[in-house]
Ligand binder design. Structure first.
Ligand SMILES: Nc1nc2c(ncn2[C@@H]2O[C@H](COP(=O)(O)OP(=O)(O)OP(=O)(O)O)[C@@H](O)[C@H]2O)c(=O)[nH]1
Ligand SMILES: [Mg+2]
Length: 792
């Protein structure tokens, strides 16, 4: 019997973590479904046997079995998952109060319960001052972790009706999860889909706009509807009528605002808006879907029964899909916009948050239609230098939708190539799929989008049928619908994040363990002091190297920016004229221009197919001049030899040719510093991505801020000749402000870059300095009582 085995000692846990770290992918992969090509069962057994030997070599006096060692790791991992979940959930977020150390013996740890046969409780008297400091440290690590545990976002983009929501439902294997196939546009709001990690219910968290926001919007909607001037904007009126009848019932648009305010329905909605978040939770999918639909779907039928105009965004949490979505959020982005600025801005801002983008297009239009490619082209900057997109999947949908006779004629396929049998349709479908893949890839190769990636495998094409995935009468096998392939892609992505997070956790755990372990050695004070001095010296040296790197990059960037300013000054007036002058048919363009000024320089049509952005146009030359350097300094993936990430990678205060002989105490101090460095680097890599997004977009934002007074003035222009007046005002302002405006934009970039440098330097300096001092103080205190560590 294994009962009442003593704790794993710190040395044993260290050995276990080292073993896990060395065999990371195999072990972490092993907990999820094993696929062919991965480590075999026998191979895994051998790895665990090695790790067990390594643990037993620590000489704790206990011989551990493979099963015990595996169980210990499983519990360590369960603790990591629990920490991560708590760190993600601020309400339940773990915050370890240092004083809890003194209650150590009384606390019941749920994560340890499964493993109690090999653990014994720790008594209060072994909790020393050192342990208190360690717990404080653990608490601090949680603070760092909270900020770095955001989920990766996959944005699903495409025109209305291309099959985005159907695709999402198919990927999750839940038919009709999201509403699809309405008459006209279907999904009305941004929907975030993630895993429900708490219970087995389907849950929707529906964020509502405030009562004040709705009152203000309602006034605007009535103003649009009552506008009978020449400048009236039909698109806005159409949206206003839809919103009002959707909420208040048929003919509500015929009433005055005062009449509407006296309606029962009006009072009902006012009460409804007194909550800011509506939660729906149900274990039955069909019931859940019916309830949620009224908040997320556009519908022409049953006016007065729908609430989407009041919804800001929706988060839907799905049970039993951890394997796909534990670390990922899928964003279903509506293919159509409305006049609610908050929602439209949300749509745009989501772009720069995407780690991956899925562009969805009906297979029949994927090549010829300019929309999917237009979206991609327009979004390059938000995805690449201004974002963090690492991959794009181009998904051709509705592959089952085919008329084989027509297809054979248009593709010039002979009966010989496609025999006339019961599989003829399927053969045609698969033929078209291959053809579409080749053409889309060719188009990608020749497009600007490719520039943001520096490797080839970041663009994949899928040809899917969501309908055939659920309906086997539609001629295709499950694998031929390619939904399983896309699920695999998602699973792999999720797993790769899992590996990354677990690696962070192991580093963190090892850091804490080293800290405790270091306290157990008695102490060669002089050697420790010498080592500490060596670290301090190395810290100064490494900081000087960082300075050198940043100074050279700053100089390059400064030159590129100056060139960008020069070119912008030369070209900005012409570029402005071009953007604000209609192409051929100028009818209605004055309304577009008015809308552009009203929304501070940016106009997106309802279907997002016409995009005019004056700020972005003005920023274009500066962006162009820094684009290449920026992609080198901040690559989305891979190495460029010039990147900030690589420079930080190189940074270390531990020298391999250390002048002092190795001993247990030095080994542990060194370990402590090494783990601290790894942890800091992981945090900094994430900070860099956020800051580079800010730096890149600061150009457009500075320009927009400079132009705002002019937009406001132009938006107020009315009457005959208003278009010409608006155009003149915009052109004159750009001309007057150009030198100042572009120079300010340049200075903002340089300031942002300098702040990034200071942030990196200060973080490394402060944290490592503290780690050095901590290691010094830990080794000079007696922690004899702390023989084992139960917090992991
Ligand atoms: N034949 C066929 N039709 C499909 C498939 N996937 C979606 N559709 C149909 O395409 C229509 C639009 O699908 P949705 O999923 O609502 O499209 P969407 O892109 O989410 O549209 P919005 O929400 O308006 O942006 C519906 O009628 C679906 O039934 C498919 O695989 N095959
Ligand atoms: Mg949809």
């Amino acid at each position: 019997m294994d009962s009442k085995r003593p704790y794993f000692t710190v040395a044993e846990i260290c050995a276990l973590l080292e073993g896990v770290q060395a065999n990371f992918a195999s072990i972490v992969g092993g907990f999820s479904s094993a696929k062919s090509g991965e480590v075999t069962k026998k191979g895994k057994h051998n790895i665990w046997e090695d790790i067990t030997n390594h643990v037993n070599a620590m000489g704790s006096g206990q011989k551990r079995t493979i099963k015990q060692v595996m169980l210990r790791w499983k519990n360590l991992r369960a603790k990591a998952t629990k920490d991560l979940t708590e760190a993600k959930n601020p309400q339940t977020g773990l915050s370890i109060d240092p004083t809890m150390a003194s209650q150590g013996s009384k606390r019941k740890r749920d994560h340890e319960s499964s493993d109690s046969s090999i653990e014994t409780p720790l008594t209060t008297d072994v909790i020393t001052e050192n342990a208190r400091q360690i717990l404080q440290r653990v608490s601090y690590s949680h603070q760092i972790d909270k900020g770095s545990r955001e989920k990766a976002t996959i944005g699903i983009f495409g025109k209305s009706g291309e099959g985005k929501s159907s695709l999402l439902s198919a990927i999750l294997g839940k038919q009709d999860l999201l509403p699809s196939g309405c008459f006209g546009a279907c999904t009305a709001v941004v929907i975030q889909v993630e895993a429900n990690m708490n219970d087995s219910n389907y849950t929707a968290e529906i964020e509502l706009i405030s009562k004040e926001e709705w009152e203000k919007e309602l006034k605007d909607l009535f103003r649009y509807m009552k506008d009978d001037s020449e400048d009236r904007n039909e698109e806005l009126i159409e949206i206003a009528v839809e919103k009002i009848t959707t909420l208040y019932g048929a003919n509500a648009d015929q009433k005055t605002l005062e009449e509407l305010q006296n309606d029962e329905k009006f009072a009902e909605i006012e009460i409804f808006l007194s909550i800011s978040m509506k939660i729906i939770s149900n274990s039955n999918l069909s019931e859940f879907t019916i309830e949620v639909t009224s908040f997320i779907q556009h519908s022409q039928s049953n006016p007065g029964d729908w609430y989407w105009p009041l919804v800001k965004s929706v988060t839907i949490k799905i049970p039993d899909c951890n394997e796909l979505l534990e670390h990922i959020v899928l964003l279903d982005l509506p293919g159509t916009g409305d006049c609610n600025k908050t929602r439209d801005d949300l749509w745009k801002s989501k772009l720069s948050e995407c780690s991956s983008v899925w562009i969805v297009s009906d297979i029949n239009r994927a090549i010829t239609d300019r929309d999917p490619w237009g979206i991609l082209k327009h979004c390059i900057e938000e995805l690449g230098p201004g974002g963090k997109c690492k991959s794009i999947n181009f998904i051709c949908t509705k592959t089952d939708d085919m008329n084989q006779q027509e297809y054979m004629r248009s593709a010039r396929l002979s009966r010989k190539q496609i025999p006339d049998d019961k599989d003829q349709k399927k053969t045609c479908i698969l033929h078209r799929n291959e053809h579409a893949k080749t053409r889309v890839k060719e188009k990608f190769e020749n497009s600007e989008i490719k520039k943001i990636f520096n490797t080839d495998n970041q663009f994949q094409v899928f040809t899917v049928s969501s309908n055939a995935f659920f309906d086997c009468n539609l001629n295709l096998e499950s694998s031929e619908t390619e939904i399983p392939k896309l699920q695999d892609d998602l699973r792999t992505f999720n797993k790769s994040i899992n590996i990354e997070l677990t690696r962070d956790y192991v580093n963190k755990a090892k850091g804490h363990l080293s800290l405790i372990q270091s306290g157990q050695f008695d102490k060669d004070k002089k050697t420790t002091e010498m080592k500490v001095n060596e670290f301090k010296k190395n810290l100064r040296k490494s900081q000087a190297e960082l300075d050198k790197y940043f100074n050279s990059i700053y100089k390059n960037l400064d030159q590129c920016l100056s060139k960008g300013v020069e070119e912008s000054v030369k070209s900005c007036v012409a570029a402005t004229k071009k953007l604000i002058t209609p192409n051929k048919d100028g009818r209605g363009f004055h309304k577009v221009l008015g809308a552009l000024c009203k929304s501070n320089g940016c106009y997106w049509s309802k279907n997002r197919d016409v995009i005019l952005d004056l700020n972005k146009t003005l920023a274009k030359d500066v962006h162009k001049c820094i684009f290449d350097d920026f992609c080198q300094i901040f690559p989305v993936t891979g190495k460029t030899g010039k990147s900030v990430q690589e420079q930080i990678d190189k940074f270390s205060i531990i020298q391999s040719d250390s002048a002092y002989p190795s001993s247990d105490i030095l080994h542990y101090i060194q370990n402590l510093i090494k783990n601290e460095e790894s942890k800091l680097k992981a945090v900094l890599y994430r900070d860099i991505v956020d800051r580079k997004k800010e730096i890149y977009s600061s150009i457009r934002i500075t320009i927009a801020n400079e132009m705002v007074p002019c937009y406001k003035q132009a938006a107020a222009v009315r009457g005959t000749g208003s278009m010409k007046k608006m155009q003149d005002l915009l052109i004159t302002t750009v001309d007057e402000k150009k030198e100042d405006m572009f120079n300010k934009a340049k200075m903002e970039v340089l300031k942002g870059f300098n702040n990034l440098k200071l942030h990196i330097k200060h973080t490394l300096e402060d944290e490592l300095q503290e780690a050095i001092e901590r290691s010094q103080s830990q080794t000079s205190k007696d922690t004899e009582g702390l023989k084992s560590w139960r917090d992991f």
